[in-house]
Write a new protein. Structure first.
Length: 118
C-alpha cells in the first residue's frame, strides 16, 4: 500500500483547501480510507473516514458541516474538501488506510501541511 497526500498550503481564515490522497492498494478485502491531523504539541486527531466500496463517510464533530470527503474510484484518490477554515485547523494532515479485518489504520501517507492564518 502506498499513499501520497497533497494539496496543503497557507490560507486565510474562512478560506478553502482541497486535499488529495492518491492510493495504490491491491486487496480484495473491504477497506476504509481516513484523514487524520496533528497540530504542534497535540495528539493526532481523527478527521474523517470513507468506506471505499460505498462512499459512506463519517467526519469528526469538529469539522462536520465544513469538511467533506469524497473519492474517485477511477483515480484511486480520496479528497478532503475543507471550507471555512479556522486557525485551529492548522496541522499536518495525514491520509491512512484500514483494510478489514484489521480495526486500525495500518498504512499512512507522508502528510501535508495546512496552515490557516487569522
Amino acid at each position: 500500500v502506498q499513499l501520497q497526500a497533497s494539496g496543503g498550503g497557507l490560507v486565510q481564515a474562512g478560506g478553502s483547501l482541497r486535499l488529495s490522497c492518491a492510493a495504490s492498494i491491491r486487496t480484495f478485502s473491504r477497506y476504509y480510507m481516513g484523514w487524520f491531523r496533528q497540530a504542534p504539541g497535540k495528539e493526532r486527531e481523527f478527521v474523517g473516514t470513507i468506506r471505499w466500496s460505498s462512499g459512506y463517510t463519517n467526519l469528526a464533530d469538529s469539522v462536520k458541516g465544513r469538511f467533506f470527503m469524497s473519492r474517485d474510484n477511477a483515480k484511486n484518490t480520496m479528497y478532503l474538501q475543507m471550507n471555512n477554515l479556522k486557525p485551529d485547523d492548522t496541522a499536518i494532515y495525514y491520509c491512512a488506510v484500514r483494510i478489514e479485518p484489521s480495526n486500525q489504520y495500518d498504512y499512512w501517507g507522508q502528510g501535508t501541511q495546512v496552515t490557516v492564518s487569522s
